[in-house]
Ligand binder design. Structure first.
Ligand code: MG
Length: 324
């Protein structure tokens, strides 16, 4: 009896270790992502919801773009996905310092691959820069398109561009990416700070697979009327991905509106929509998750985090638990 008992105990123990590792490594669990109807789906044909955080602008928060912070966000914050927000136009952004910027972004991409979480390569711009974007995404697709971890986000937030302009820009980039990488997920922005997703829904991009459309919300500013636009998009049959969001005002400052933030979180859960929260940075403003002066390499204690960081970590750990 004794050896049998030991064997059984060992099997249970091994099972716990295996399931823990699978939970901690979303890409091992879900593999290649695709769209079935409007639902993000894993390679086993099951609906999948990704939850995680966005790094702040790479030009202002480059010190956070390191391997250790990625590992910490994967293991302690239980992120399924992280977003590398590559600043394009400001001083120190991709236009001014392309090689340096790309190194920062690739550090995060490689660390995400190592930790088996998904990573959004976000062209973090407010204006169209087609020639530079073409060259960049061709390079990214060539280097990383074979990895199931990688998601391309073509345009953070258009401001003045019409949907026709955003659509034409996106198609040009989709053609470039698809010639190299036939399958990885591509996120397309929508006009007016990613809030007019209804316009994209009225005239979506056709002829390409695994395309999703992004909506961004800040719960202190955006409530039911923006959810109505998302519901409209869903009814029209286009897949929605919340690639940037947070609980305070759209400025990134002001108090957190907990009631409205929770409505968004519940809405995402009930519609099986992925949710990314802004941002890993350390400015004296509500949306920065870290306090000024913290180590950029993770290992953060609760006392290192600002209110939005504490709440976002709590949310992510709860979401990871509920997905078990
Ligand atoms: Mg691929």
């Amino acid at each position: 009896m004794k050896p049998k008992f030991k064997l059984k105990t060992a099997v249970i123990f091994l099972g716990v270790i295996i399931s823990f590792n699978l939970q901690a490594q979303p890409v091992k669990l879900h593999g290649n992502l695709s769209i079935q109807g409007i639902q993000l789906t894993d390679e086993h044909g099951k609906p999948v919801v990704l939850n995680g955080v966005s790094y702040g602008w790479s030009n202002w928060w480059s010190e956070f773009y390191n391997e250790k912070s990625v590992a910490w966000l994967a293991n302690d914050w239980k992120c399924d996905v992280i977003r590398a927000a590559m600043g394009i136009e400001p001083d120190g952004g991709y236009i001014e310092k392309p090689q340096w910027t790309k190194e920062k972004i690739e550090t995060v991409i490689k660390a995400a691959i190592k930790n088996n979480i998904y990573v959004i390569i976000d062209w973090h711009s407010h204006n169209i820069r087609l020639p530079e974007a073409k060259e960049f995404f061709a390079d990214m697709a060539t280097k990383y398109g074979k990895n199931p971890h990688v998601i391309y986000e073509l345009y953070n937030e258009p401001v003045k561009d019409s949907w026709t302009q955003v659509k034409d820009y996106s198609i040009e980039l989709i053609k470039i990416i698809r010639a190299i990488d036939p399958d990885n997920l591509i996120l397309v922005g929508s006009p007016h700070w990613d809030q007019d997703i209804n316009l994209a829904a009225d005239e979506p991009i056709t002829g390409y697979k695994n395309i999703m459309y992004t909506c961004h919300f800040y719960a202190g500013t955006h409530g039911q009327s923006l959810r109505d636009k998302c519901d409209y998009a869903i009814k029209k049959g286009i897949p929605v991905f919340i690639s940037e969001s947070a609980g305070m005002e759209a400025s990134g400052n002001g108090p957190i509106n907990y009631a409205e933030w929770q409505k968004w979180i519940d809405w995402c859960a009930s519609n099986k929509i992925s949710l990314v929260t802004w941002s890993v940075s350390a400015k004296r403003e509500t949306c920065s998750m870290m306090k000024q002066g913290v180590s950029p390499e993770g290992n953060w204690k609760e006392t290192d985090l600002q209110e939005s960081g504490i709440k976002t970590r709590e949310l992510l750990r709860k979401q990871a638990e509920s997905q078990k």
